[in-house]
Design a protein around this ligand. Structure first.
Ligand SMILES: [Zn+2]
Length: 153
């Protein structure tokens, strides 16, 4: 556990490849040497806010990693992983079981529907889960991809 303070290095919450360090002679200001984004730090609240972004993005430092400021002190445990897994598996399983128990007549126009519906259920629930995860970690997908793209070109 280390607190957010001056003269320290932290993983960059945007590109997740670089590190953010405090700028020389500039109080409460951090920058990433990799994606070049600027951040302002609030040490009393352990918050890092992005300065050069049109949308307000901030992260809460929990001593090990960044998370959403709305979820201060909330740790993601294994029970969340299980809940997440059930959230994806259960509906797909129910829909899939239904399709298996009451199979459509082969060759009828909508015979593909139960299978497609099962796959669709799994995909949408996966999507919701991924969205919840990115929301929890305040993972800026677009900025991350931008940084990755710039790295390649
Ligand atoms: Zn960065």
């Amino acid at each position: 556990m280390k607190r957010l303070k001056d003269n320290e290095t932290y993983p960059c919450p945007v590109c997740r490849s670089g590190n953010v360090t405090s700028l020389f002679m500039m109080e409460n200001t951090f920058s990433c040497q990799f994606c070049q984004h600027l951040f302002t730090a609030d040490f009393s609240q352990q918050l890092l806010t992005m300065m050069d972004s049109e949308i307000s993005l901030s992260w809460y430092w929990n001593g090990k990693q960044w998370s959403s400021p709305q979820r201060q002190g909330m740790e993601l445990g294994w029970e969340y992983a299980i809940a997440g897994l059930l959230f994806v598996l259960l509906p797909s399983l129910i829909v899939g079981t239904g399709a298996y128990l009451f199979p459509p007549v082969p060759g009828t126009p909508l015979a593909w529907l139960p299978t497609a519906w099962t796959i669709l259920t799994a995909i949408t629930h996966c999507g919701i889960l991924l969205w919840l995860i990115t929301e929890y970690y305040q993972f800026p997908v677009r900025l991350y991809l931008q940084a990755r793209w710039q790295q390649r070109s």
